[in-house]
Design a protein around this ligand. Structure first.
Ligand code: KIV
Length: 523
């Protein structure tokens, strides 16, 4: 039997803390799609962004409030008037809205960053929470850097926030400094020393600087916390955040010890992880707990023997409970038809529109032409490629020809179609074939940017595997990510580059339109 007091609320901050990772910038469509997947996962709260930081964040949150049903939608705000007003404007249309107010509480932040004394901070915390409370009934308050703060001061600021109407108090280990036993003790001491603590839900938010975010989150639960914040794949500021799939699967796998439960539909974790991996361009390591490629692969003879006799001998979780695709009796090959591909997609949790399916099926045939068998990982790469952000492509690849040798410089010729479908062709020499491709594209488009990252990985094993390319370019101080998969890595490279380029053009066009509208309405 489970009860409400045994439930741990899951607060996903992939779209806020996750997007704070250096090099991650989700597009609007990607944010909405991730939020939809989080709703399928049945997380309790989605922190959809930090509205005051950018108009893009505000728009994305507003769309999520309208298109995603189920979880509470939260917006982050500093304890200042403008941030809170803007956060309310962004979340107000949600089925259930929360404003999350944060303010530093450690002496080091007070003295060197905020240049305020403790009395000022208490006053600001009161102001922030009561202003948010004037807008929504659901208000969360976080004393930032709580684990390096004076404990008595933490009790005071938390009590003040509760008196102003906070409904959740979140204790952040902002710089990943805590040790699990110490963190559990902090949570217990807050439970004991804050007079009105029983009126609120206590939450934890653990960064991973010492690799202890999951351990600290679980310690927080043992101490009495009933909300955990984290992200899919553990992405986040610096070394990242608590990985929600790890925290939730630990709770699910060890109910004997943890004595709590979550309402998460864990079968959606794998799709969520793959989606965040692709959209963030942050590839997870093969040995990543729960969702890594090797998490359920057994290599040693003794382990293989055990698993073949009884899975549980060496597996503490059932991969199916995480949604990891099992081997399937239907083998997809170049002679497979639409019915088989549609049904496999449905098994993997994808229900593309007819138009998307036409593209997916055509891409499937291309891959199947050069592979004996198209497995689930190929299929997921194809889906991602064919359904990725629906920005209007200013430039499309029409032809690519590369000539390379171990003597002399590689050359690339590209033909691109512009938005009106007109062809433009040019060629360039590069230090390597990929460089030649980028230079040729730049000659056609006139683009000026810096390529800051380029990575290629194979989607599956074998010489005929699809290559998946992720790149990042920087232009005007903003980083844009692009990715593409193809049997030919040079084609994938060209398409990944165009993807990033088209994104940067779409953002520039959007900003220009917004500016024109603002100017018109100011006249
Ligand atoms: O790490 C942190 O302290 C935060 C707060 C805003 C919760 O992200």
């Amino acid at each position: 039997m489970t009860s409400e007091s045994d439930k741990v609320y899951i607060f996903d901050t992939t779209l806020r803390d996750g997007e704070q990772s250096a090099g991650i910038s989700f597009s609007m469509d990607e944010k909405v799609e991730i939020a939809r997947q989080l709703a399928k996962l049945n997380v309790d709260i989605i922190e959809a962004g930090f509205p005051a930081t950018s108009p893009g964040d505000r728009e994305a949150i507003a769309r999520i409030t309208q298109e995603v049903r189920g979880p509470v939608i939260a917006g982050l705000a500093r304890a200042v008037e403008d941030d809170i007003d803007i956060a309310y404007e962004a979340v107000r249309r949600a089925e259930s809205a929360r404003i999350h107010v944060f303010l530093s509480s450690s002496d080091i932040h007070l003295a060197h960053q905020l240049r305020k004394n403790r009395e000022d901070i208490i006053e600001l915390a009161r102001f922030g929470v009561s202003r948010a409370k004037g807008y929504v009934s659901d208000v969360e308050f976080s004393p930032m850097d709580a684990t390096r703060s004076n404990r008595d001061f933490v009790y005071q600021i938390v009590q003040a926030a509760i008196e102003e109407g906070a409904t959740t108090i979140n204790i952040p280990d902002t710089v990943g400094y805590a040790i699990p036993e110490e963190f559990e003790d902090l949570i217990r001491s807050i439970m004991k020393n804050v007079p009105d603590i029983q009126k609120v839900r206590l939450s934890v938010h653990c960064q991973n600087d010492l690799g202890m975010a999951t351990a600290n989150s679980l310690a927080g639960i043992l101490g009495g916390a009933r909300q955990v914040e984290g992200t899919i794949n553990g992405i986040g500021e610096r070394a990242g955040n608590a990985s929600l799939e790890e925290v939730v699967m630990a709770i699910k796998t060890r109910p004997d010890f943890m004595k709590v439960h979550t309402d998460v539909n864990t079968r959606e974790f794998y799709v969520a992880s793959k989606m965040v991996e692709r959209y963030s361009g942050m590839m997870i390591q093969p040995h990543k707990a729960i969702v890594g490629k090797n998490a359920f692969r057994h290599s040693s003879g003794i382990h293989q023997d055990g698993v073949l006799k009884m899975r549980e001998t060496y597996e503490i979780m059932d991969p199916a409970s995480i949604g990891i695709p099992a081997g399937n009796s239907i083998v997809l090959t170049k002679v497979s038809g639409t019915h088989a591909v549609r049904s496999r997609l449905a098994d993997l949790g994808f229900t593309p529109t007819d138009e998307e399916f036409t593209r997916i099926f055509a891409a499937f045939k291309d891959v199947a032409d050069v592979r004996d068998e198209v497995d689930d990982r190929d299929l997921m790469a194809i889906v991602a490629e064919q359904t990725q952000s629906k920005i209007e492509d200013t430039w499309k690849l029409d032809l690519l020809q590369v000539s390379t040798s171990d003597h002399g410089s590689p050359t690339a010729t590209v033909r691109l179609l512009d938005a009106a479908g007109q062809p433009h062709e040019d060629a360039a020499i590069g230090s390597g074939p990929v460089d030649a491709v980028y230079r040729a594209i730049n000659r056609v488009t006139g683009a000026e940017n810096v390529l800051t990252e380029f990575s290629v990985k194979s989607v599956t094993e074998g010489i005929d595997a699809q290559g998946e390319v992720t790149i990042r370019i920087e232009t005007g101080g903003v980083v844009y990510q692009g990715r593409a998969a193809d049997n030919d890595i040079l084609v994938a490279s060209a398409r990944a580059y165009l993807h990033a380029l088209n994104r940067s053009i779409a953002v520039a066009q959007h900003a220009a339109t917004q500016h024109a509208v603002a100017q018109r309405s100011a006249q």
